[in-house]
Design a protein around this ligand. Sequence first.
Ligand code: PEP
Ligand code: MG
Length: 739
Amino acid sequence: MASEEGVQERLDSFVKVISSAMKVNVASIYLRAGDDLELCATKGLKKTAVHTTRLSLNEGLVGNVARRAKLLNTAEASEHPDFVFKEGIGEERFHSFLGVPLLRGGRNLGVLVVQGKRARVYSEAEVEHLLTAATLLAEIAVEDERAGGAEARLKGIRLTPTGAETITGRAFADGLAQGRAVLHLPPVTAGHMISTNTGEEQARLSKAIRKMRRSVDAMVDGEMGSMSSASKEIFESYRMFAYDRQWLDRLHEAVHSGLTAEAAVERVRNEHRARMLKARDPYLRARLHDLEDLANRMLRSLGGENLEAGQRQLPDNAIVFARNLGPAEILDYDRDKLTGIVLEEGAATAHATIICRTLGIPLVGLAERVLDRVEADDEVLVDGEIGEVGIRPTSEDVSEFLVRVGIRAQLDLAFEKQRNLKAVTKDGQKISLLLNAGLLVDLPGLDGVGADGIGLFRTEFQFMVSQSMPRLDEQVDLYKRALEAAGDRPVTFRTLDLGGDKILPYADPVPEENPAIGWRAIRIGLERPGMLRYQLRALLQAGAGRHLRIMFPMVAVVSEFQAARTLLDREIARIKKLGSDLPNKLEVGVMLETPALAWQIDAICKHADFVSVGANDLMQFFFAADRDNPRVAGLYDGLHPAALSLLAHIANRCKANKTEVTVCGEIAGKPLEAICLTALGFKNLSMPVTGIGPVKSAILALDTGKLAALLKPEISSASDADSLRQTVRKFCEKEGVPV
Ligand code: PEP
Ligand code: MG
C-alpha cells in the first residue's frame, strides 16, 4: 500500500534484521494505538495477525512492558501471571520472551519483543542489544513519519503526538505568537546515534561523566557549610546519583552496544523519564528529576552536534520549548527568529521573564508537561495574554487566533496614536513614562512607543550575552549609544546587578543556598571593586559632556551607598587628573529594593540624588516570597494593602525630602498597578516597552484624586483584604479607565 510505505517498510525490515541478528524465532513490534497496543510488524508470528491484533495496556506480557515502561525477560512466558493467550497469532510454540519499551522523550511508543522456542532467559548482552535497537527504532520511525508526512503514516497510529491540544499555563510576558516548535534540548537525532568507534565513545562518555561529577562536587561542597540538614540530604542524594554505579553502568553498556555517548545518555534519560512520569511519590519524582538534570548536564558537556541551543538553525518563527531557561540562554537565541517561549516552569518576575518582556517576546510558563506533548516543528500558537499554548491547532483555532492578532494590532494602532501625547491624568498630574532597557535592541523602543527616557538600564545584560567580560571600550560604546538614542531625555544606568539568577557564562559560579539574598549586586561591587570601578570609568567616559545618571542596586544600609559613591568619586578624580572631560551634570541615585532601606529614607536622601524603587526585589523580600518560585507567586501581589502601604510610605518620605522617586519594577508596566502607584504620588514609572501604551491609555483616563480617595482607607493596617485588585478593577469599570 503506497500510502503507508514509509514507517511500515521500516518496521518490516527492522523485525527481519533483529530476528536474524539475535538469532531468535520471533521479533515483533507493537505500537500504541490510543489506549491499546497494535501488532504492527512481525517476523515469526502469523502475518495475518499484523494490524488485526490488539491488546489493552492491562493485557498480557506486552501490556506489562508498556504499562511499566520496563523490560521483561522471562524463560517461560506462559508461566508469567500476566500472560494471556491470544488466538490466531501463532504464539503457542514459543517459550522465552524478552520485551523492551520503545521510549522517546519520555513517551512510550510501544514495545519491541523477541521470542524463542527454547525456554531460556536472555543474556545481558542480548538485552542490551534489544534496548539499543529499541532506542534506534523509536527515533528512526518517528523521523520517517515526520519526513514522509501523511503519506508515511501507519493507519490509525501516530508515533508523534497528534491532534490539536491546548495547554493552559500562566501568561508571563504579553503578546501573541504563531510559529514552529523548537525544543531547547532536542532529542539526539537518529543520524547521530550509532557510533563508528566504540572506544572513542567510551572515552567521550567517561570525560563527560568526570566533568559532570566535578561540577556536582563543586556545587555540593560549596553549599554544604551554609545548609540546613534537609537541604544537605537533598544535595547529598543528588551527588549520590552522580556517582551511582548502576546508572553509570547503564550508560557504559549502552555505548558498548554501539550507541554514541549522546544517544546512550538520551536512552537512559528516556527510561528514567518514562518512570518519573508514573511516579506518584513526590520524593521519588524529585530524585528522578535530579537524574534528568544530571543527564542534561552531560548532554551539554558532550556538546553534540545538535545540542548547542543558541547556535542551531532556527525556523523563521521559532517558539522555544524548555523546562526552564535562564536569562542568558534566552539571549543566546537569534532574536530575529525567536518569536515565543513556552516553559514547564518559570515565574512572573524571574529575570528570564523580564528579558522576554523587554524584547517583546510572549512567554507562557507553568505549562505542565508540555514537553511530552509537543514535537519539534509542530505548529504552535502562544497566547501570552491569557497564558495558553495551542499545539497543532485546527484551522478554526488559527483563524480565531488571527482575529485576536488583528484586534491587538488595532490596539497597538491606538497606542501609536497616543505616542506623542504626554501622560497627563484627567486631574492634571503629569506622569513620566520611562523605558526599562539593557541592550542595543531595546533602544529603538524609545521612539517607537514615545517613552520619556530610560528609567532603568540594566547594564548586566551586556555582560550576560558576551562570551567574555566586555572590554572597557565595548562598555563605553553601549552606554554612549543609549545616551545618543535618548537625546535630551534622561537615561539612568544601574551598575552591575549580578548574582541571584544573573550568572555570567564565563565566571565561576559561587554556590549559595539563598542567592537572591546572598552575594549579589552592590555587595559584589564593594567586595571586589575592580569590576565596578571599571564600569564606573566606562560610564563616566560615555557620559563626558552630557547629563549622566547612575544608580546602585540592592543597597540595604546607607554606608553601602556611601562606599559606592566613594569609588565613583575616585574615578572622577582620576579622570580630572588625566584632564579628560567629565559629564556636565551627574546625578547618583539608589535603588530601593530592600525593606530595610524603606526605613532609612530620610538618611539616604541626604546622600542620594534620586531613589528608584526596584519593586520586584522589594516585594520578594517584603512578602518573603521568592520571585522565581512559581509555588509562592500567589503571595506576591503589589496590590495587597500592606504592599501599597509600604509604597505609599516610600512616596511620602521621598516627597518630604524633596527627592525624585521612580518605580522601575514590573508593576510599573501593568495598567492596574500603575494607576495605583500614580494615586500614591509616584510621578515616574519605568517599565518594559510593551507596558507604555497600555499604561498611558489608563493614565489619560484616570482621576488620581478619586482613586487616592478610594485607596486611602483601604491601605490602613486594619485591612484584612488579600488584594485590592477587584476593588480597583471595579473603580476602573465605573470610571471608564482601560486596564
Ligand atoms: C527590581 O528588583 O524591581 C528591579 C528593577 O531590578 P531587577 O528586576 O533587575 O532585579
Ligand atoms: Mg532588583
